[in-house]
Design a protein around this ligand. Structure first.
Ligand SMILES: *[C@@H]1O[C@H](CO)[C@@H](O)[C@H](O)[C@H]1NC(C)=O
Ligand SMILES: *[C@@H]1O[C@H](CO)[C@@H](O)[C@H](O)[C@H]1NC(C)=O
Ligand SMILES: *[C@@H]1O[C@H](CO)[C@@H](O)[C@H](O)[C@H]1NC(C)=O
Ligand SMILES: *[C@@H]1O[C@H](CO)[C@@H](O)[C@H](O)[C@H]1NC(C)=O
Length: 216
């Protein structure tokens, strides 16, 4: 095992997605522990030329799917929900996390906010692998990343396994048929510097928690 391979696996729960990495190159297993179908999506960072074979697929409840990523891959994974194909145009789209490709494969498209994002940098600083689950672009699904079999690093399980959709403040809430399906960030809704940590609020000292960020 190469020394940079701190984590030999990721478990990734996307309502819940689960990802397992076994050796070289890295392997992700995404498991859907939700009660409805989810369409996971993968976006490689700019400048990453070796990419996983898939950029999006359907994942029925209780099922999982495995794919490899190159050793020094970096990028993000998220889940799309409430997807369908337009019967007239044939175009595929999703109510949350849509990547704008009009197809199940995202092919380089990013997530339309709000969406819970799992971000990865493999073989980063010091040869370590880094990952986190981000709600900076809002929330659409619970997600958990579990690294398995790693050595030499802090392989803490991370994510957000709480359903924030129904408790979402009404000014941030995205609904479909009166059900909460996603929760926007206050920055996206209000565009104010104090919520976006921009302008005079751009440093850790001046970017203060708000009632909205504390909800997340
Ligand atoms: C269907 O998708 C294609 C490719 O993205 C796009 O060019 C076209 O405008 C879409 N059609 C509709 C009706 O959205
Ligand atoms: C989250 O992970 C991504 C990818 O490793 C990294 O670029 C970003 O800086 C991380 N964010 C935080 C707040 O740690
Ligand atoms: C890990 O990253 C280092 C520094 O960028 C690079 O030299 C090395 O080839 C990478 N390891 C693998 C196995 O890709
Ligand atoms: C590992 O990371 C978690 C979460 O950031 C932290 O609570 C814990 O103290 C860290 N453990 C070590 C050994 O660094």
């Amino acid at each position: 095992m190469a020394s940079h391979q701190v984590f030999s696996s990721f478990l990734f729960l996307l309502c819940l997605l689960q990802s397992i990495r076994v050796g070289y190159p890295a392997t992700f297993t995404i498991a859907n522990k939700c009660t409805a179908t989810i369409w996971p999506a993968i976006l490689s960072n700019a400048g990453i030329d070796q990419r996983p074979a898939t950029t999006g697929f359907a994942l029925p409840p209780g099922e999982s799917n495995t794919f490899s990523v190159p050793t020094s891959w970096s990028g993000r994974l998220w889940g799309r929900t409430l997807c369908s194909r337009d019967s007239t145009t044939g175009n595929f789209s999703c109510l949350t996390g849509d990547c704008g490709s009009s197809a199940v494969e995202c092919a380089g498209g990013g997530a339309a906010p709000p969406a819970t994002l799992a971000k990865f940098t493999l073989n980063g600083t010091g040869g370590l692998d880094f990952y986190n689950v981000s709600l900076v672009d809002g929330y659409n699904l619970p997600m958990l990343v579990v690294a398995e079999g790693g050595t030499g690093g802090n392989c803490t399980t991370t994510g957000c396994v709480v359903d924030l959709n129904n408790g979402c403040p009404s000014e941030l809430k995205v609904t479909a048929s009166d059900e909460g399906v996603a929760c926007k960030s206050a920055c996206e809704v209000f565009g104010e510097p104090q919520y976006c940590c921009s302008g005079p609020y751009a440093t850790p000292d001046t970017c203060m928690p708000s009632s909205y960020s504390q909800f997340f």
